[in-house]
Structures are given as C-alpha cells and as structure tokens.
Design a protein around this ligand. Structure first.
Ligand SMILES: Cc1ncc(C[n+]2csc(CCOP(=O)(O)OP(=O)(O)O)c2C)c(N)n1
Ligand SMILES: [Mg+2]
Length: 273
C-alpha cells in the first residue's frame, strides 16, 4: 500500500472511510455509526502515516499493532483495513450478515488479519500491554496502539491496566481515548463523568497529551511525541465529536447504535461528497 503524510490525501481517505461507515451501517440497518465516525481521522493517520505495517504480509512479526478496544466501532476498522488492502472492499456491505467476515464486532475467527477480537469493553488495553511486553521480550521495536472509548473508560479493568502499564514501563504502548463525550445512551458527564480525564492518566503515570482528534497535524504530532517518550507509556486524550462529518449525527447520542435510514444515508453521502 502507498502511505502518505500529505494532509489533503489523508483527508480524502478519511472522507472515503466515512462514506463506507454510513453505507455499511445503512445496509445492515444496525451497527454503530457515531463512534466509528469520531475515530476515523485517528485510524486513518495511524494506518496511512504512522504505523509500520504491510498488508501483503499481515503477520510480519515486526509490524506495529492496532487494537480497537471499543470494538463496536468495527465499521471504521473494517473500512480502513479494506482500503489498506487487508480484506475486500466489495464485501463491506455484508456487515453484520450471518457468516460475514465483517461481524458486528471484530472477530479474529472471521477476519484473521485482526490483532484481536474485541467488543467486550474494557479488555483492549490489557491486551495491548501484554503484546507490548511480548514484543520487547522478542527484541522488536514495534509499537502497539490501542483505542478505547470514554464510556469504556468507566470500566475498572482500564484503570488496572493503566496502573500496570506505567509500573512496568511499557513505553511501546500508546493508548488513544476517543473522548467524544457520549456513551451508549447519553452524555458521559450525566452518567459517570471522567473529568479531569487527562489528569487521571497523568496520576496513573502515563505521559499524557490532549489533542483535537480531528486535526490531522495534531494527531500526527502526538504519535511522534509518543514514539519519542521512553520509560512510560503514552495516553492521547483525543477530543472528538461523535458522528463527525455528518451534520445530523454530530454530537447526537441517538447515532451511537442506530443506523441511518435510506433517506439519511442519501443525505449523509451528499455531505460527504
Ligand atoms: C463489557 C461491556 N459492557 C457493555 C457493552 C455494551 N456497550 C456497547 S458500546 C457501549 C458504550 C460505549 O461508549 P463509548 O466507550 O463512549 O463508545 P463510543 O462513544 O466511542 O462509541 C456499551 C455500554 C459492551 N460492549 N461491553
Ligand atoms: Mg464515547
């Protein structure tokens, strides 16, 4: 695949990924568009500009890894993997169909190029830290990226893992919090607030950055700083907008787990033209 650090090219890829997300969830009549759209710019930057990986050799031992701990945002991961060349673009619309490689949550039994099966929230950071330590034992300088949700951050396992990661200096792991301020059925601040979230990560011993998770240059700079940080893992608290890119989905809790209707798909695709 052709990687790029050209902002226009990255933005064009991100738009294409957002179109896939809308079309896939529309076709499935179910799924999670909001949290897929909020994560898009970060995943595009990772796969096209930051990570060392090779779709022609998906299990290359020295590759960087990405784990989508918030596995319900599978449409963004599938679209990115497909556009990178890991799996077919022309089957994306089989999302959530019986037997599809594109199950409702990432399932390595159906899609072996995944790094892990995810969807049971709270587990991905622990997986990433285990992989990070394993890579160090193997003598590789590969990095492990893991994205968690803000609602997901209410899980106790996240904070057990956070404690572990700094104590064991797992500095090849970078956790990204998709801080879109909305969880399953409402705003995080009304359900179980996380603020001040960056201070919490700092208190747990992580090198912590706060960025606009839709600013491609800021995303890239944060990953560069993370890679240069030794002796502690890095957490990027990425302020994002749930539903980003589709006006009627933006910051709208309804589109956490509701698919767009055929009319809404049409409208959304016009906005993403
Ligand atoms: C252990 C567990 N509990 C509950 C769920 C159901 N669930 C799926 S998505 C979700 C909300 C997640 O919110 P957040 O992490 O903020 O996701 P995002 O906004 O990025 O979509 C919940 C509770 C789950 N998948 N796993
Ligand atoms: Mg959220």
């Amino acid at each position: 695949m052709q990687q790029t650090n050209n902002p226009q090219e990255l933005a064009a890829i991100a738009k294409k990924i957002r179109r896939h997300i809308v079309e896939m969830t529309g076709a499935a009549k179910s799924g999670h568009p909001g949290g897929s759209l909020s994560a898009t710019d970060i995943l595009v930057t990772l796969y096209w500009d930051v990570m060392r990986h090779d779709p022609a050799n998906p299990k290359w031992p020295q590759r960087d890894r990405f784990i989508l701990s918030k596995g319900h945002a599978a449409p963004v991961l599938y679209s990115v993997l497909a556009e990178c060349g890991y799996c077919p673009v022309d089957q994306l619309l089989t999302l959530r169909k019986l037997g599809s490689m594109y199950q409702g949550h990432p399932d390595i039994r159906f899609l072996p190029v995944l790094e892990a099966s995810t969807g049971s929230l709270g587990q991905g950071l622990s997986l990433a830290l285990g992989m990070g330590e394993g890579l160090k034992l193997d003598g590789y300088d590969s990095r492990v990226y893991v994205m968690i949700g803000d609602g997901e951050s209410q899980e106790g396992q996240i904070w057990e893992a956070a404690m572990y990661g700094s104590f064991h200096k797992v500095d090849n792991v970078c956790c990204i919090v998709d801080y879109n301020k909305i969880q399953l059925d409402g705003f995080v601040k009304d359900i179980l607030d996380l603020a001040p979230l960056a201070d919490k990560w700092r208190a747990f011993g992580w090198h912590t950055l706060e960025i606009d998770g839709h600013d491609l240059a800021a995303i890239k700079a944060a990953f560069t700083e993370a890679a240069a940080t030794k002796g502690k893992p890095t957490c990027i608290v990425a302020h994002t907008v749930k539903g980003k890119g589709v006006s009627f989905m933006e910051n709208n809790p309804k589109f956490h787990g509701v698919a767009p209707t055929p009319q809404e798909v049409e409208l959304a695709l016009k906005e993403l033209a």
